[in-house]
Design a protein around this ligand. Structure first.
Ligand SMILES: [Mg+2]
Length: 275
């Protein structure tokens, strides 16, 4: 029996917008998961708005667009949201034209620069915030400067809480690991922008101009996608192509509104309901 048969699916009739996770939901590494093109065709055909939203802050929006569209989808840059965008907006609103020290890669750097925020190197002056994202060339120097700036009163901001990131080599350290190191060193807790916190969900709904009750979050992780979507007041759909499944729903005690094995099954169920 498919997991979805245990759920009541009527709520889908009231859904007009979706937030959609990327890794484990749309893609696994460099592969498209089943139903990707069908799913976007369905959303477009029914005028459902959507935001593809990733907790990963290393890639640029254009890199994500290219990666997903390579499989035949037709996303615009405006359909994509990463926690880099959310972080840049947060800093821009709180410290307009401000200065930050950054640990991170091109995705985060691009978002901050486009928001008019100045990124300084080393200890060249006082900064408003230390912004930390995933960084595959993390060094002792970077940890040292970030730590000194936080001790001097800069706000400590993290793009996402994920400790590990799945790659071809296995699970490798992500942003969360750096946040733990800096928190231990400074005894200051970071403000975290990505899922499951509210910032990203709120920005996604604001961009689409929709309310939580008409929005569903589709993702593969219970603690981030599903828990975060629920906290934001959205309906939630777990897809079993990534980290979690019907068994972990029971063991972790986080209950989505629907569990589907992949995007193809979701499209089939939704189409059947609208017939
Ligand atoms: Mg995921």
């Amino acid at each position: 029996m498919s997991s979805s048969e245990q759920y009541s699916i009527e709520f889908l009739q009231g859904i007009h917008a979706m937030m959609i996770d990327i890794d484990g939901t749309l893609l696994r590494g460099n592969l498209a998961l089943p139903g990707l093109v069908e799913f976007f065709n369905f959303l477009n055909a029914h005028n459902n708005q959507f935001q593809v939203a990733s907790n990963n802050a290393t890639k640029t929006l254009a890199a994500y667009q290219q990666k997903i569209n390579a499989f035949g989808a037709n996303l615009s840059i405006d359909n994509i949201l990463t926690c880099s965008t959310v972080t840049a907006l947060y800093v821009q609103e709180k410290y307009p034209g401000g200065k930050v020290y950054m640990i991170g890669q091109s995705g985060l750097e691009e978002a901050l620069t486009q928001a008019g925020i100045q990124i300084i190197t080393g200890m060249q002056g006082k900064v408003d915030a230390v912004v930390v994202g995933g960084d595959y060339s993390l060094t002792y120097e970077k940890l040292k400067f970030a730590s000194l700036h936080i001790q001097q009163g800069a706000e400590f901001i993290g793009t996402n809480p994920d400790l590990l990131y799945p790659t071809d080599e296995g699970l490798v350290p992500e942003c969360g690991m750096t946040l733990v190191a800096l928190e231990t060193a400074t005894q200051v807790k970071p403000v975290i922008m990505g899922k499951p916190n509210h910032f990203m969900f709120e920005l996604g709904m604001k961009k689409m101009g929709v309310q939580p009750y008409e929005t569903a979050m589709l993702g593969d992780r219970l603690e981030t996608d599903i828990q975060g979507g629920q906290n934001a007041g959205m309906k939630t759909i777990l897809v079993e192509t990534g980290v979690d499944n019907q068994e972990t729903v029971i063991s972790k005690g986080i209950q989505p509104d629907l569990v589907v094995c992949d995007m193809s099954e979701l499209v089939a169920i939704w189409k059947e309901l609208l017939r």
